[in-house]
Design a protein around this ligand. Structure first.
Ligand code: CP
Ligand code: NVA
Length: 304
């Protein structure tokens, strides 16, 4: 039996496979007609435990423009919400659809789905990682600044699921990543250790200047993630790590600013940076669509 092509995390891939997906995404962006009917007759089920604008709509449009279709569901619409197990849900859905996307606040739920499903599983964000977003982010960086290998990326703020996925990406795409996060909100140690063991050029500290000086790209994300029950104290603790014009002035003159969105203007990033010359956040949001087409084509066996 051929191996099922899950897209659950960047760490699971050979770098060349991720690179091929990025190239495919760039081609699809330039020439969307290339794969117009590649997924004809295919269905993607998407289960969202928490809200989504970009992931939900961009996957739906991606499936449609590749000739397939998608069904978006919340646990409350499924027997899952009344206690049917993830395992049984996975086995049933696998008889109807060709791939399943899950957004969950528990990474373990994603792993349970993988263990029981007979079709590819796509990580639509968990409390640990958000790999689809990172594929769009790499695409965005490269279309503005050229190949990311060897470049300097700075992360400011919470060491959350996005920070962890940037760490995985630094290992896979071989760029320098400097994270400035309060020690209490540092990224997950296991993911950092994995990257360092692979020789990744990643450093985590609290010094904003050290992270951002000369950076080719500055990235941040919301201070309170969907899986995070932190209160007001966390916001106070993170205030010094806001991306504002003074921070951007320390980066390279042609640095870009990335944010996966949704953004809380006035907290992790100022209005001036969001709307300023460095910001490419709406290209980044658009690139979810192109990157995910490449992911879907890979998962469904239509591309190498
Ligand atoms: N960036 C992102 O995943 O956005 P949504 O939560 O809107 O899907
Ligand atoms: N870190 C954020 C990303 C949202 C797309 C969260 O998990 O809520």
């Amino acid at each position: 039996m051929t191996e099922i092509r899950h897209f659950t995390g960047l760490e699971a891939f050979e770098p060349a496979t991720l690179r091929a997906m990025i190239e495919r995404a760039a081609l699809l962006k330039r020439a969307p007609e290339t794969d117009a009917n590649a997924l004809a007759g295919k269905t993607l089920a998407m289960i969202f435990e928490t809200p989504s604008t970009r992931t939900r709509i961009s996957f739906d449009v991606a499936m449609n423009t590749l000739g397939g279709r998608s069904i978006a569901l919340s646990p409350g619409e499924l027997q899952l919400g009344r206690g049917e197990s993830i395992s049984d849900t996975a086995r049933v859905l696998s008889r109807y659809v060709d791939a399943i996307l899950l957004r969950t606040t528990k990474h373990d739920s994603l792993l349970q789905l993988v263990a029981s499903a007979g079709v590819p599983i796509i990580n639509g964000l968990t409390d640990r990682t958000h790999p689809c977003q990172l594929m769009a982010d790499i695409l965005t960086f490269e279309e503005h600044r050229g190949p990311i290998t060897g470049q300097h990326i700075a992360w400011l703020g919470d060491g959350n699921n996005m920070a962890a996925t940037w760490i995985q990406a630094a290992a896979q795409f071989e760029f320098s990543l400097r994270l400035a996060c309060p020690a209490a909100y540092a990224p997950e140690a296991e993911i950092l250790d994995w990257a360092l063991a692979r020789g990744a050029d990643v450093a985590v500290g609290e010094d904003i200047g050290a992270a951002v000086t000369g950076a080719d790209c500055v990235v941040t994300d919301t201070w309170i993630s969907m899986s995070d029950d932190a209160g007001k104290q966390k916001i106070e603790d993170l205030k010094p790590f806001q991306v504002n014009e003074a921070v951007m002035a320390q980066a390279a003159e042609d640095a870009i600013f990335l944010h996966c969105l949704p953004a809380k203007r006035g907290l992790e990033v100022t209005e001036a940076v969001m709307e300023g010359a460095h910001s490419v956040v709406f290209d980044e949001a658009e690139n979810r669509l192109h990157a995910q087409k490449a992911i879907l084509l890979w998962c469904l066996g239509e591309a190498s």
